[in-house]
Design a binder for this molecule. Structure first.
Ligand SMILES: Nc1ncnc2c1ncn2[C@@H]1O[C@H](COP(=O)(O)OP(=O)(O)OP(=O)(O)O)[C@@H](O)[C@H]1O
Length: 641
């Protein structure tokens, strides 16, 4: 309607016949105007969205990053307007991060985008009061962190019934935390840290609220009981806060009541018992260490297990069950077996502490090196479900999938054992500082690794079709390289045994845009991880945001970073300088870059399917393509995606 009115108006204004001829309009002009009006009305939706976006942009300042793609003559959803995300041809999200934007955020204009569900303006230079985003009642996610928004936030969120994610970290907000936030029915994540909020924390009771951080503000008073199980770090830096999960108890208003006194006595007794218990454990550990004759990091595992063993030796009535308790369960018949004790006796070295626990390298007496990874968050389902799933993983055989050799089950902790790969992880090869003699990874090697990884992924998706997401944790530290630098996937297929909450917090597929927007991962989330891994290999940049589990960094993901650079500059800016030695092949790199971007499409319907992605990756050649370069510059290569 709006557009139709505009068009008629424009027709009337711009046509000299109409003003000059008054009521005697020539029939041709009327005909032309009717046709023009009807045509523009029939294509109302996309044109209207471009008008709205351009109006929104007109109140922003410093929009150079948008100027080249935000073009009135094009459709924002079919011509990739920078930062505009679409679903079904309608604008679904605005992701304008790290672009140096400032000026006014015209929320009233955005209200015209009926499909808009999320807006991210992270890391810009906005310096104003908070925009009245509560007028956009259908938003699911609002990210305004790392700007200079200031002042009090009005208590106006009551109508945002769909809001799941609100990030306002690192601004200059003052005043109270709006209590209407505590009543939002679908809120999952609220980040208010590093502002100057004062007063009490409202009584958040939403049972689905899985993350709230108010660290480094000026809040006071007791932390509401509903948040007592959150991490203490999320409340630190507020001098006046007290109560769990912080250590500072809240002072009582009256005299200390008898109940409190009894409570303190009970705590004191419990603490004494705890100290005694710790002393016994320490003595036990010393005995174990003395018995084995050397200190080693894997003893952390060993000490508990050895105690179990000592206990079972002491108890002459030990049952068969407790005999089995110290046994490794092997998943393969095609290799020599060893005992848990062999691993414990072996010389051990800590490889690293990952998100789930530590990994150790243990060299057996035979000289073979194994990796033992401890998992602490593997309690989903019972022992039988766990064993069944391990057997399933143990049956997998593929040159790019590191076989699971054995496992050890205890309720509190599990150990997974696999073979150690001498060439280490792809992450360390890509990102560790190189000595003068060490060469970086050249283009053919990178392409070989990407092909191997995608082939392993296709195999997992084929063999584990019933898993909601067959890998779920694909990242460069979970790709290890054998002696010929063939890649092997690790830490795959674990979603059925990892606790839901830990999976959501720790696994990289849960950092995908669909999880942020809709709280779900799918098989396509693996494709997003594959795309991100390829971008990491092509750019040499770490995907910091998800590797840090969203902590301490609001950096854009790699795909958004690449998309924020004008296409003409991709060959100069995007590719890792370590591949500079590659004389030709830029066209092939460009093909792979485009495939990776299609794997990282936010719109699940547009994102490549895993098998299609793998097929396209297979088609990229390792050739040194003189022929290709003589015909076309790398920027002109068009990929049929
Ligand atoms: N089989 C292996 N051979 C050689 N290095 C390995 C092997 N398995 C793991 N590593 C390396 O050991 C280090 C620690 O691995 P670990 O899996 O504990 O943590 P991570 O991969 O960094 O994180 P996450 O726990 O999220 O998977 C990593 O650098 C990893 O690449």
């Amino acid at each position: 309607m709006l557009l139709r009115a505009h068009s008629s108006h424009a027709c009337a204004r711009s046509n000299p016949f109409m003003t000059m001829a008054g009521n005697n309009l020539p029939a041709l002009v009327i005909f032309f105007c009717v046709i023009f009006t009807a045509q523009t009305a029939s294509s109302a939706s996309p044109a209207l969205e471009s008008d709205i976006l351009l109006k929104f942009k007109s109140s922003l300042i410093n929009t150079t990053a948008l100027d080249s793609s935000w073009n009135a003559k094009t459709n924002p959803c079919t011509t990739n307007w920078n930062g505009v995300r679409c679903i079904d041809g309608n604008v679904h999200g605005l992701q304008l991060e790290g672009l140096g934007l400032t000026g006014t955020i015209d929320v009233d204009t955005l209200a015209g985008l009926k499909s808009l569900r999320y807006i991210s303006l992270i890391n810009n230079n906005f310096h104003s009061a908070i925009p009245n985003i509560w007028k956009l009642g259908a938003l699911k996610a609002v990210y305004l962190s790392r700007n200079q928004f200031y002042g009090e936030i009005p208590d106006e969120f009551a109508n945002m019934a769909s809001l799941k994610f609100l990030h306002l970290s690192r601004n200059e907000f003052t005043g109270k935390i709006p209590s209407s936030l505590a009543r939002l029915p679908r809120l999952l994540e609220l980040k208010l840290d590093e502002n100057q909020f004062e007063g009490n924390i409202p009584d958040f009771q939403q049972k689905d609220l899985r993350k709230i951080t108010v660290a480094n503000n000026q809040l006071v008073g007791p932390i509401p009981a509903g948040l007592s199980k959150a991490s203490p770090a999320d409340f630190e830096g507020n001098k006046g806060l007290c109560g769990a999960p912080l250590k500072e108890a809240c002072p009582s208003a009256n005299k200390m009541s008898t109940t409190l006194l009894i409570f303190i006595i009970v705590i004191a007794i419990a603490a004494t018992l705890l100290v005694l218990f710790v002393v016994i454990i320490v003595i036990g550990r010393r005995r174990t260490t003395e018995r084995l004759g050397r200190p080693s990091s894997i003893k952390v595992v060993a000490s508990e297990d050895d105690q179990m063993e000592t206990r079972s030796q002491d108890q002459s009535t030990s049952s068969k069950k407790s005999d089995n308790a110290n046994k490794l369960t092997f998943l393969r018949d095609d290799r020599e077996r060893f005992e848990l004790q062999d691993l414990l006796r072996a010389s051990a070295e800590v490889l690293g502490s990952g998100s789930f626990g530590s990994s150790y390298k243990a060299v057996l007496a035979s000289g073979e090196a194994m990796v033992v990874k401890r998992f602490r968050h593997m309690n989903k389902g019972g022992r039988e479900d766990f064993q069944e799933h391990m057997r399933r993983l143990g049956r997998l055989r593929h040159p790019n999938v590191l076989p699971l050799v054995a496992y050890y089950y205890r309720k509190e902790e599990k150990l997974l054992v696999s073979q150690f790969m001498e060439n280490g992880s792809l992450a360390s090869l890509l990102h560790s500082n190189k000595t003068q003699n060490q060469q970086g990874l050249d283009w053919p090697t990178r392409l070989k690794i990407i092909k191997g990884v995608s082939s392993g992924m296709a195999y997992l998706h084929k063999e584990l079709p019933s898993l909601s997401i067959p890998h779920a944790h694909l990242k460069s530290s979970n790709v290890v390289l054998n002696e010929s630098r063939e890649p092997l996937l690790t830490d795959y297929g674990l979603v059925p045994v990892i606790n839901n909450e830990s999976a959501a917090q720790l696994m990289v597929a849960y950092k995908s845009p669909e999880y942020a927007a809709e709280g779900r991962v799918t098989k396509s989330s693996d494709v997003w991880c594959l795309g991100t891994l390829i971008l990491e290999m092509l750019t040499g940049k770490l995907p910091v945001n998800y590797l840090m589990q969203g902590k301490g960094s609001d950096d854009p993901d790699l795909a958004s970073w690449v998309n924020s650079i004008p296409k003409e500059e991709w060959t100069k800016v995007v590719f890792d300088i370590e591949m500079e030695g590659t004389k030709n092949g830029k066209g092939e790199m460009m093909k792979l870059l485009k495939i990776a971007l299609s794997c990282c499409e936010e719109d699940l319907e547009k994102r490549l399917d895993l098998f299609d992605a793998v097929e396209k990756i297979e088609e990229v050649k390792e050739r040194d393509d003189d022929e290709l370069n003589s015909k076309t510059t790398s920027d002109e290569v068009s990929v049929p995606l």
